[in-house]
Design a protein around this ligand. Sequence first.
Ligand SMILES: Nc1ncnc2c1ncn2[C@@H]1O[C@H](COP(=O)(O)OP(=O)(O)OP(=O)(O)O)[C@@H](O)[C@H]1O
Ligand code: SF4
Ligand SMILES: [Mg+2]
Length: 324
Amino acid sequence: MNAEPVLSVRELVVRFATDAGTVHAVNGVTFDVGAGDAIGLVGESGSGKTVTSLAVMRLLPKAGRIVSGEVVFRGKELTTLSEHEMRGLRGKEISMVLQDPLSSLNPVLTIGEQIAEAIRAHEDVGRRAARERAAELLGSVGIPGAGDQLERFPHQFSGGMRQRVMIATALVLHPKVLIADEPTTALDVTVQAQVLELLHELTKELGTAIVLISHDLGIMARMTRRITVMYAGFVMESAPTVELFARPRHPYTVGLLGSIPRAGADGELRPIEGAPPDLERAPVGCPFEPRCARRIAACRETMPPLVPAADASHLVACHNPVPS
Ligand SMILES: Nc1ncnc2c1ncn2[C@@H]1O[C@H](COP(=O)(O)OP(=O)(O)OP(=O)(O)O)[C@@H](O)[C@H]1O
Ligand code: SF4
Ligand SMILES: [Mg+2]
């Protein structure tokens, strides 16, 4: 771990105000990532991974609010920055590849215009230079004949191509932090490997700090140094990747890792029996309790704190962790 994290998220709490009531989407998430480092966020659908990322970027939808906690980027607290100040950082210093690329690309601008626009929003370069740079970037994410592709519109691209455009746009400014939310789901295996290699090079050559979100445990194992496991908006466990796969301590993590590719499994997270909790109720006790085979009386009463399990780098939030 680098001494000084580039991005440090502390006890982040995010809620949504909806007609049906309050959605407790993120309930005290904590993680760090250092320069040249890559960490992963894993958890079932709805565990709060995307909402956490959007909160870091200050891109929450209107109904969403950061209730408490800190997001510290290079010593600067982001949750209280003005939108104007935030705009200066977004894209340039902290970039995000969104889970759904179509919704985040502008349908009336060509691919070339959007990337060039992103470049010119932050760098003092002419139109021509920006377009050349855009072509170069598309080439770097494996879009063939990059020059011609610049004239196309997002709807003329496949899902995989759009995802690569998003990645190219995110990489435009060599951000210090890149949050990649399922960056390769729409890509075929070959392109997926190219994109992951590109992300890997970024961490190594430019010292970019990467927060990777994926349901694919094989990708997580290859790409990350440390993994934070989320459930119902809580961090359940956080450990160096190798340690987490070798000695998971949280019953939820053990359930998820049941999917570790053995005989030909595809590496996807395994569904765990039972349903995640209703986030419209304020959390009391451990949210995994109804589904947990190791539950004890205390589990219904209090949410266990995230504390070191064995050594200081392996944290677990559980009243009755799995023995190592
Ligand atoms: N605009 C919104 N209004 C109300 N609730 C929301 C909103 N956006 C997200 N949520 C809720 O926040 C919770 C966390 O959602 P989030 O999208 O972060 O999950 P996720 O871990 O990214 O899941 P997935 O793996 O499916 O992408 C979910 O219960 C979701 O319904
Ligand atoms: S705190 Fe209790 S219910 Fe929650 S995971 Fe641990 S043992 Fe299971
Ligand atoms: Mg998501």
